[in-house]
Design a protein around this ligand. Structure first.
Ligand SMILES: *Cc1c(COP(=O)(O)O)cnc(C)c1O
Length: 365
């Protein structure tokens, strides 16, 4: 099976083997060694000297932690949304009583840092900016360094959903001034779902001391206190941590630059291959994502049948569209444990299946 969805992503056999190891006491020195090693390696990928906390939660739990640990009910926040995950970030803030000002874009487009500048200038009461780095629902990567520059010029807090980018695309937590950066184990990290990682800058900790949104399980102050003792406040998803340690070792061996270059190469290969089949991309190509490609479904083609035939006849699994894009796009995930061959297999399968659902593929020269 070639699982080409943007999470959960395939896991290398060494990672899966590690997840089958026996349990240990999570209040033991043995556990402290595991946790400290994993956190040290994560910080290297985050490019931060700040704190990285590990939560037993999916990515959304990490997003919720970012919000409740830095904000109070009534705080004004600018939620930049270019798709379903941007909407989710805004909804979390709204649920906890923040006053959410939305800066919304057509799905497939990236955010414009100049619009963010204008919003912050027009409304000085805005305290924080919420942004999705890589919008998995549309296959678009926001220009995060430029966005961060604008937000930091205005001295606002910047909360970043980097769930489908960190570990695969460039993210420079400290150099770009990102205050809270969230990711999840089942995306670029080649590990099963179950863990979320959240970084906290000094400014984020300053905000934490004043933040009044309710928090208990996701209280990052507690996580930091326990981390200093080599523990987590609650029982962690130990099996996933075992897998993560192995995955981080593998990633360390490959090297961050090479990982980023591999994703860039495979991203381009996917987009070129899709276009050669006569299909169109949803994303504005200048901002097309190197971890997920969203493909428009040609008029009159039933995407459910297309996806079913890809799976039944070729063992290729692609994702459908989310929210308002359901039925209109399909998405090819290419993050984490992915090779050029994995994507070529998807393109070959598409070339064979598309004519069966009524779409004439152009003859290749
Ligand atoms: C996957 C993902 C999430 C988190 O989803 P969970 O299902 O909660 O892990 C958040 N944001 C983005 C951009 C994602 O791709």
């Amino acid at each position: 099976m070639n699982l080409r969805i943007p999470g959960p992503t395939p896991c290398p056999p060494q990672v899966l083997e590690a997840t089958a190891k026996p349990m240990i006491d999570h209040r033991s020195p043995q556990f402290a060694e595991l946790l400290n090693d994993v956190v040290r390696r994560l910080k290297w990928f985050y490019k931060t000297q700040g704190d990285v906390l590990i939560l037993t939660a999916s990515g959304t739990g990490g997003m919720e932690a970012a919000v409740v640990n830095t904000l109070s009910p009534g705080d004004k926040v600018l939620a930049v949304t270019i798709g379903a995950f941007g909407d989710r970030f805004a909804a979390i803030a709204q649920t906890y009583g923040a006053e959410v000002v939305r800066l919304e874009y057509e799905w497939g487009k990236a955010a414009d840092p100049e619009d963010i500048r204008r919003s912050l200038q027009e409304d000085p009461a805005i305290k924080a900016v919420l942004v999705t780095h890589n919008e998995t629902s549309t296959g678009v990567t926001n220009p995060l360094p430029e966005i961060a520059r604008v937000v930091k010029e205005h001295e606002k807090l910047l909360l970043v959903d980097a769930v489908s980018s960190l570990g695969a695309l460039p993210v420079e937590t400290d150099a770009w001034g990102l205050d809270v950066v969230v990711t999840g184990s089942q995306k670029g990290w080649m590990v099963p779902p179950g863990l979320a990682f959240v970084s906290m800058s000094q400014e984020a900790w300053n905000a934490y001391t004043k933040a009044k949104m309710p928090r208990f399980y996701l209280d990052l102050g507690r996580h930091k206190d326990y981390l200093e003792r080599g523990q987590t406040p609650w029982t962690p998803a130990l099996s996933i941590l075992y897998g993560l340690q192995v995955a981080l070792q593998m990633m360390g061996e490959e090297g961050l630059e090479k990982i980023i270059a591999r994703h860039a190469y495979i991203g381009r290969l996917t987009r070129e291959g899709v276009k050669a089949l006569g299909l169109n991309l949803l994303a504005d190509e200048a901002y097309a994502s190197n971890t997920v490609t969203a493909v428009k479904v040609p008029a009159g083609i039933d995407v459910r049948t297309l996806r079913r035939l890809l799976q039944e006849e070729h063992g290729v699994v692609v994702a459908g569209g989310q929210g308002k894009l359901q039925g209109q796009i399909f998405r090819i995930g290419h993050l984490g444990w992915v090779t050029e061959d994995d994507v070529r297999q998807v393109l070959d399968a598409l070339a064979q299946v598309l004519p069966k659902v009524g779409f004439q593929v152009p003859i290749r020269p």
